[in-house]
Design a protein around this ligand. Structure first.
Ligand code: ADP
Length: 270
């Protein structure tokens, strides 16, 4: 990897716009002696039309970073933009509208409503908002995800992989520019996980979306265009065109360096 320019912001790509960015983003939980600094003055750009993975040991701040970038959590200090809109300081109503219109979410646990069919789950956020889905777009998403024959099934009648595909369709349904996925393969076997990662790639390469995926799995991170490495609430490294082996090596090397410096040694897994 080449040495980045001194003014380089992690995540920035020279030839794309920026779908989201944070400057001096700080997030503390609690106060006084029990305060935890989950994010420590993070600067990051999320390049538009790319697949960015966020990796790091458990507790390094991955989920907090995602939640703050997506306007799901408030920040303690610093600024966050989605596209050209600064979201830090938006009122809750405006934030809700921005999340609804411009961001799609996927979670490790699918978060489907058990009493609704796959089709109803896919359009639920839009139904709640009183917005009509773009039928042509929705058809394309459903076909790409191979859900055509499963639309009348309820979540309990679907495999884990199929449920996550429904969640992926739900994230894409409103044509959001940005999709945030928090450990989307964490509850899936490797085959279903690969399938979901393939769909996230397609969402970027063929549907022109921007995807940010939090993961602790080097194999999953290898599907991204870029991996950002987090440790102790800071972005400490990044890797273009990652492979699973290179990501794993990076994590190991990083641990060794930290150990030698006498800091707390970071563990890879819980
Ligand atoms: P990761 O996603 O990398 O596992 P998190 O972003 O979940 O890390 O957490 C970063 C740090 O912030 C951890 O030390 C965690 O314990 C702490 N943290 C996260 N959420 C909360 C919360 N709601 N209250 C208190 N501490 C929290």
């Amino acid at each position: 990897m080449s040495t980045p320019a001194p003014d380089h912001v992690p995540g920035r790509a020279p030839d794309t716009g920026v779908a989201a960015r944070a400057r001096a983003l700080t997030k503390a939980y609690g106060s006084g002696e029990t305060a935890v600094l989950a994010l420590d003055s993070v600067d990051v750009d999320i390049a538009r039309g790319r697949f960015t993975a966020v990796m790091g040991p458990s507790g390094s701040g991955k989920s907090t970073l995602m939640h703050c970038l997506a306007g799901l959590d408030s920040v303690s200090a610093g600024q966050v933009w989605v596209g050209g809109t600064e979201i830090t300081g938006l009122r809750e109503r405006e934030l809700t509208r921005l999340r609804r219109d411009r961001i799609g979410f996927m979670f490790q646990s699918f978060n489907l409503v058990p009493t609704l069919t796959a089709a109803e789950n896919i359009t639920l956020p839009m139904d709640i908002a009183g917005r009509r889905p773009d039928a042509k777009w929705l058809d394309e998403v459903i076909d790409r995800l191979g859900l055509r024959g499963r639309l009348s099934h309820r979540p309990a009648q679907l495999s884990g992989g199929q449920q996550q595909r429904v969640a992926c369709a739900r994230a894409l349904a409103s044509r959001p520019e940005l999709i945030f996925a928090d450990e989307p393969t964490g509850n899936l076997d490797s085959r279903a996980g690969l399938e979901v990662l393939g769909f996230l790639r397609d969402a970027v390469a063929e549907l022109g979306r921007t995807v940010v995926m939090v993961t602790h799995d080097p194999g999953a991170a290898a599907h991204a265009d870029l991996v950002l490495f987090l440790a102790d609430g800071r972005i400490v490294d990044e890797m273009e065109r990652p492979t699973a082996d290179a990501v794993l090596e990076r994590m190991k090397r990083f641990d060794v360096v930290r150990g030698r410096l006498g800091d707390d040694v970071t563990v890879l897994e819980d």
